[in-house]
Each structure stands twice: as structure tokens, then as C-alpha cells.
Design a protein around this ligand. Structure first.
Ligand SMILES: Cc1ncc(COP(=O)(O)O)c(C=O)c1O
Length: 451
């Protein structure tokens, strides 16, 4: 009798799915992990094997998996109102905008919703250009200054802002008018790596570029408070303050991309709180809903918003997003923020993150050049010799495989700087316990010992 042939998810995947950032040639030999379920800090594959999710998905499941409260809020919202666009209004979007305004400093509370971080960045860039034109008539302020190694998204504008050449190369020319300055990478800094501490010369680069380009051509600066996917580079002490002062001096808007750093990731509710500075435009996604549903938010200051009301006929922001601010996503975000604030998860991020950082720094391994991070956002830069030669690609790939075999899902920076994709990334759910941190350190120690 002929056996019934069953088509597995893996068959369908290999035949039809086009994965993010994966080379499909030869994928049969190393298929991606098929994740079937998740709870807390753990995900389970289709064979029931458990993994500690050291990346919270993609820097995003901040409250951890399996929060029924978010599921219930979304189900209730879907039953009541499945959809309505924000060309009109609905309760969940209004309430979420209000909640964000409560959490943010006064004067920063005008929220435009989208579906993703890339779209939220795109929105910020467009707002900045239009605002600059409307507040500086007669000037031509369109340039945006960002940083090498920064990442802001995959769409043409957000990718143009991203300073990661290997991600950009196949699609250029991207949106014009973007410039990049060096990141605060003290370990490899061409200004001050020989000195014990950062000299902030990299922050002064913004001013140098603004002056060379002509301030009347510059609309905005965009930075992540901590460069995340590009290799984890926290802003050194005084850096963001200096940047804020430069922006003020030249009438340039400061956009902070908090897609990763927002919602507790770095040990404060928002990344900018570490420096105590004010942004003109903030960008959120990921942790806003802990990825239970897609949502991006661009928050403008009242000053920026005012520029869009200067002329009743011509100054409005012309942009519509069909799904942006979807009622279900807003309901998920409200429930997610309720959990984050009730459990004060930024505090756990600060304490367990500091412990994890310290323990990882204590690992004695010739491969570890630097361990850096803030809260539960940590990068470990690996080298193969004393000349700071980055650990080669093949070994980085092998390491990630071994972590996975040992039950730990780690990340690494990819395509972020040619030849420098040698940073292991950790960004677990913010509910990570000290015991789970100990497990991570033990696994990292063991796997690196075998290298
Ligand atoms: C800092 C930052 N900005 C923007 C984005 C883009 O977000 P999304 O992937 O939701 O489009 C990302 C994604 O990783 C990010 O890390």
C-alpha cells in the first residue's frame, strides 16, 4: 500500500519562503530554526527543544513570551472594532498617544503611528525635512546626518540613513542627501583609541560636517542612543549632550531612533534618559508592543508639530498609512506598557543587565576584545589576535551554531561594516532572571573555550 506523503512545514519553507537576510543556496543543509511556541524567555522548536532566547526575537519581545493579558486585550479590541484608519480616529490610538505623552517629557507628545521601525524612521525623516523647510523659509535644509554602523531600517530613506555599506550596496542609489560620521567606537576609534577614555571628538564630527556642508542645508541628525544591531555602541558620557548643543547651535533637528533602546531595553524606560537630553523627534517600534503585533510610532515635539499648522492650506503632513496605528496593535501596546510599568521591567533590565555585563567581562578568553552595553543590550567584540583582527566570518557562524546547539540563541552584527561583523549580540527579554544570566555566562564561557 502506498504511504501517504505528508508535506512538512520545512518542505513548504524550503520550497516557498524567502527568508530575511539568508542565503538560500544550500539552505537544505542548514535549515533555519522552526520555532513552534514560546514562554517567558524561552522558545521551543518544532521538536520541542527549548532555547533561551538571548535576542528576544529581534531585540523586541521585551515583556517576554506568553503574556495572556496582551492576547486578551487584542482579542477584545478585534471583537469591538477590527479596523478603522487614522484619517479619522479611534479610542486605542488616542489612548496610546496619550499614554506615550504621559511617559515622555512635557512638550514631546504628538504621535504619528505606522507599522514598523523602518516606517517610523521614514516618517521622522520626512517630518524633519518638511519642518525644516517650513521653519527656515528661503533656506534649503534637506540633508540628514547619521553615523556609520548605525541602523535605521530597510526602506530607501531609512536605509540611506543607515551607515552599513554592505546592506546598502545592492540597492544604491538610495535617497539622496544623507551623510555619515564615525560612531563612538572607542576600541577602534581613529581619534582616541590610544587614550584611556573617549575624547568626544566623534561627537564634534557632527559640527564639523554641518559647518562644511553649510547649516542652511542641514535638516536633521538621526542617531540611536545606543547603536544596536550595528555592534552595540553606547553613547559615551557627554556625547548626546554635546550633540544636542550642536543641533541647537545650528537650528538642526535631533531625531533619536529608540526602536531598540525604547521601552526598558537599556535600563531606563527610554534611552535618552541616560543623558537627560530632549529630542525633537523620537522613533519607536519593537518594544512598543513587545512585538505581539506590529506598530511603529514617530513622536514629534509640540514645536515641530506647530510648523505643520503655520499655513492652513499648505503646511499639513501629507502621509497616510493604511495599517498604521491599527486598533489591535494599539491595544497590544497599551497592555504591553501596562505590564512594563507595573513590573518596572527597566529596573530588572538595569540590574540583571549590569550583572550580565560584569560577568561576561570577567570571562578570560583571548578572543574577547571588548564587552560593552547598557541594560540588557550587550555586545561582545571578538578578535583573533592582538592586532584587533576581527574574528573571521566562518568562526562567527560556527560560534552561533554552537550556542544554538547549547540551547542559547545569540545574535551577531551582520553586514554592518565590511570585515567587522565580529560582535556577538545579547538582547534577551527584560524579565531575564539572574539565574538565566548565569546560564548565559556559563554557555558563553564553554563555547568560547572550545574555539
Ligand atoms: C534602531 C533601529 N531602527 C529601525 C529599525 C527598523 O525597524 P523594523 O525592522 O521594524 O522596520 C531597526 C530594526 O532592527 C532598528 O534596530
Amino acid at each position: 500500500m502506498a504511504q501517504a506523503v505528508t508535506t512538512t512545514n520545512r518542505d513548504l519553507d524550503l520550497k516557498h519562503l524567502w527568508h530575511a537576510n539568508l542565503q538560500h543556496r544550500g539552505l537544505e543543509a542548514r535549515p533555519p530554526l522552526e520555532v513552534a511556541s514560546a514562554e517567558g524567555c524561552y522558545v521551543f522548536d518544532s521538536e520541542g527543544r527549548r532555547y533561551l532566547d538571548g535576542m528576544a526575537g529581534l531585540f523586541c519581545v521585551n515583556v517576554g513570551y506568553g503574556r495572556q493579558e496582551i492576547v486578551d486585550a487584542v482579542a477584545a479590541q478585534m471583537s469591538q472594532l477590527a479596523y478603522y484608519p487614522l484619517t479619522q480616529s479611534h479610542g486605542p490610538a488616542a489612548q496610546l498617544a496619550g499614554r506615550l505623552a504621559e511617559l515622555l517629557p512635557p512638550g514631546l507628545g504628538r504621535v504619528f503611528f505606522t507599522n514598523s521601525g523602518s516606517e517610523a524612521v521614514e516618517t521622522a525623516l520626512k517630518m524633519a525635512r518638511q519642518c525644516a523647510r517650513q521653519t527656515h523659509p528661503g533656506e534649503n535644509r534637506f540633508k540628514i546626518i547619521a553615523r556609520h554602523r548605525g541602523y535605521h531600517g530597510f526602506t530607501m530613506g531609512a536605509l540611506a540613513a543607515s551607515g552599513q555599506s554592505a546592506r546598502r550596496a545592492s540597492f544604491e542609489p538610495l535617497a539622496p542627501g544623507f551623510l555619515h560620521v564615525p560612531p563612538p567606537d572607542h576600541y577602534r576609534c581613529s581619534f582616541c583609541s590610544a587614550q584611556p577614555a573617549c575624547s568626544l571628538a566623534c561627537a564634534d564630527e557632527f559640527e564639523r560636517v554641518i559647518r562644511m556642508e553649510g547649516p542652511e542645508t542641514v535638516a536633521a541628525v538621526i542617531v540611536e542612543p545606543v547603536i544596536g544591531g550595528g555592534g552595540v555602541f553606547p553613547a559615551p558620557d557627554g556625547y548626546l549632550e554635546r550633540l544636542r548643543a550642536v543641533c541647537d547651535r545650528y537650528g538642526v533637528l535631533l531625531i533619536l531612533d529608540e526602536v531598540i533602546t525604547g521601552f526598558g531595553r537599556t535600563g531606563k524606560f527610554f534611552g535618552f534618559e541616560h543623558a537627560g537630553i530632549r529630542a525633537d523627534i523620537l522613533v519607536f517600534a519593537k518594544g512598543l508592543t513587545s512585538a505581539y503585533l506590529p506598530l511603529g510610532a514617530t513622536v514629534a515635539s509640540e514645536q515641530v508639530f506647530a510648523a505643520f499648522q503655520a499655513d492652513a492650506d499648505n503646511s499639513k503632513f501629507v502621509q497616510v498609512s493604511t495599517f498604521g496605528g491599527h486598533p489591535s496593535s494599539c491595544a497590544a501596546a497599551l497592555a504591553n506598557i501596562e505590564i512594563l510599568t507595573r513590573e518596572r521591567l527597566w529596573e530588572n533590565s538595569a540590574t540583571v543587565g549590569a550583572y550580565l555585563l560584569e560577568q561576561l567581562r570577567a570571562i578570560r578568553s583571548p578572543w574577547i576584545a571588548e564587552v560593552r552595553g547598557l541594560g540588557l543590550l550587550i555586545g561582545m567584540e571578538l578578535v583573533s589576535d592582538e592586532n584587533k583582527t576581527p574574528l573571521p566570518e566562518a568562526q562567527m557562524v560556527q560560534l552561533l551554531r554552537e550556542f544554538r546547539e547549547a540551547g542559547l540563541l545569540m545574535g551577531r552584527n551582520v553586514e554592518s561594516a565590511p570585515g567587522y561583523c565580529n560582535v556577538l549580540l545579547l538582547s534577551p527579554p527584560l524579565i531575564l532572571s539572574r539565574e538565566q544570566a548565569v546560564t548565559i555566562v556559563a554557555t558563553v564561557t564553554q563555547v568560547l573555550r572550545r574555539l
